[in-house]
Design a binder for this molecule. Structure first.
Ligand code: SAH
Ligand code: SF4
Length: 354
């Protein structure tokens, strides 16, 4: 099979263009990564070469659906990958920034009870090119605005696909010009991944999806907590903060009556304070497999105020795309194509920004 256009390395592109003048490989590489062009749009190439590259550099992502919400400010794509797996990508425009939320895996094996992706199970890892191409599509759709932030908060657990995700990050940074500080990796708390990221030279932001600060509740909500319990997670976070000097944030999906009580805020504050972590509160978005609702707005405010009183910096995330199931935790692309075994989430779902 031919490598897809963003799975190609510079060396492989050089080989593909061995019969061309030496500058061509760089021209095509920049066309793909900086100008976000398809080969047939690279009008500075000879026509015959454009046609050849269209054949030889296929796309990895086939758009199966695109939905728009929030008055055109949120776009969600459903892409089909080679082999039939499907993933979703979300673009969110705000007055001061434009954020893309990208998937790192088709499905997810972590099984968090409240997450639509977790409920659907794992299908396969995404390749580096499949991740980079999501960004290229989103960045193009954002024009004339510049895509300013990229969050790995779509489908999948980025730390469970570490090497490909990190190769994609290098490409986004080195070839597409995104500042590392505008990239955020969100993890359910896979400690080996946090340790690896601690030692990386690019200062990418780390967000840890905490949701509970006692092991009993976290084991229930986030089953991987049994493997990496809170004490172990805290140690990895401590090392990350001390070594990298970067800011850490915790994600907390507020679930009515489950993790939004004053005692939960107190436990969270105890956990976050020594790490000087910022807390992002997201009222739980509904998913088909988890019937508890998100905390109502007054409860969210109360929880935030309590954290503030306890000295913790906390922001409430504005939910985007909930009417198109593009919100956090609502991404549940059907995993079998062309026969869809699962129906798409049609109720509210969401993607939000960090
Ligand atoms: N696997 C990674 C990244 C993808 S999930 C992780 O878990 O961090 C992105 C974020 O959405 C995580 O913070 C996750 O906990 C949150 N999330 C999952 N389901 C949600 C839901 N139903 N409502 C709100 N947030 C949810
Ligand atoms: Fe996977 Fe993240 Fe969903 Fe958990 S919250 S199932 S880790 S995508």
């Amino acid at each position: 099979m031919l490598p897809t256009r963003y799975d190609l390395t510079p060396d492989a592109l050089g080989e593909l263009l061995a019969d061309q003048p030496a500058y061509r490989a760089r021209q095509v590489w920049e066309g793909l990564h900086q100008r976000l062009l398809a080969p047939d749009e690279m009008t500075d190439l000879p026509t015959a070469l454009r046609q050849r590259l269209t054949q030889e550099l296929p796309t990895a992502l086939t758009e199966r659906d695109r939905t728009i919400a929030d008055d055109g400010q949120t776009t969600k794509w459903l892409f089909e990958l080679d082999g039939g797996a499907q993933v979703e990508t979300v673009l969110m425009a705000y007055p001061d920034r434009v954020t893309a939320c990208v998937s790192s895996q088709a499905g997810c094996a972590m099984g968090c009870t409240f997450c639509a992706t977790g409920q659907a199970g794992f299908t396969r890892q995404l390749t580096t090119g499949e991740i980079v191409e999501q960004v290229a599509v989103a960045a193009r759709a954002a024009l004339p605005r510049r895509l300013s932030r990229i969050v790995f908060m779509g489908m999948g657990e980025p730390m469970a696909n570490y090497d490909r995700v990190w190769a994609a990050i290098r490409r986004l940074h080195g070839d597409m010009g995104f500042s590392a500080r505008h990239l955020t990796v969100s993890t359910v708390g896979l400690v080996p991944g946090i340790k690896k990221m601690t030692d990386e030279d690019l200062p990418v932001n780390l967000a840890v999806s905490l949701h509970a600060a006692n092991d009993t509740l976290r084991n229930e909500l986030v089953p991987i907590n049994k493997r990496y319990p809170l004490a172990v997670l805290a140690e990895a976070c401590r090392h990350y903060v001390d070594t990298s000097g970067r800011r850490l944030s915790f994600e907390w999906a507020l679930i009515d009556g489950v993790n939004d009580r004053p005692s939960d805020a107190a436990e969270l504050a105890e956990f976050a304070r020594p790490l000087r972590a910022h807390v992002n509160l997201i009222p739980l978005n509904p998913t088909p497999g988890y019937l508890v609702r998100g905390t109502p707005p007054e409860g969210v405010r109360g929880f935030r105020n309590q954290l503030t009183r306890l000295g913790i910096n906390a922001t409430v995330r504005v939910t985007r795309g909930s009417e198109i199931a593009a919100a956090c935790g609502q991404l549940a692309a059907p995993q079998t194509a062309p026969v869809r075994l699962r129906t798409r989430v049609s109720g509210p779902a969401s993607s939000s920004d960090s």
